[in-house]
Design a protein around this ligand. Structure first.
Ligand SMILES: N[C@@H](CCC(=O)N[C@@H](CS)C(=O)NCC(=O)O)C(=O)O
Length: 124
């Protein structure tokens, strides 16, 4: 009961910090962005809005200008259950990567996720 207001306050702080400190998105031509969008179409991220680890990954996604669907696993029970059952644990951030053959990989750990995004979508 007391947890919800606290979570809300922390969440506002995290979101405010995220907006103030994130780097602006890289610019691409329409053609280049279409290629990147096609590559990210099979990727989504399970997150909690107030999670600082998620915030760090969101900043990377924003800067790299990646259209990765964000799934709030706390507010949306279906996504929460999906994460727990299919991913293996109720922890965020978690990237769900579906390849062209429909093979699914669940990637936990913010550092691993950022390394993966850096390798697939290098910037600078
Ligand atoms: N080492 C992990 C830590 C992730 C983590 O601790 N996430 C928290 C949210 S900030 C979590 O999912 N806790 C489980 C829960 O709240 O039920 C990372 O860097 O991604």
């Amino acid at each position: 009961m007391m947890l919800e207001p606290l979570r809300w306050i922390v969440g506002r702080g995290v979101l405010g910090w995220e907006i103030l400190t994130r780097n602006k998105p890289v610019e691409r031509s329409v053609e280049e962005q279409a290629i990147v969008d096609a590559a990210t179409s099979g990727i989504c991220m399970y997150e909690f809005r107030a999670c600082p680890f998620c915030m760090i990954v969101r900043k990377v996604i924003y800067h790299k200008n990646l259209n990765i669907e964000l799934r709030d696993a706390r507010r949306n029970k279906t996504w929460g259950e999906e994460l727990r059952r299919q991913g293996g644990k109720y922890q965020t951030p978690c990237l769900k990567i579906t390849d062209a053959d429909s093979n699914v990989q669940w990637m936990y750990e913010s550092k691993d996720i950022i390394a993966y995004l850096d390798q697939r979508f290098p910037t600078e």
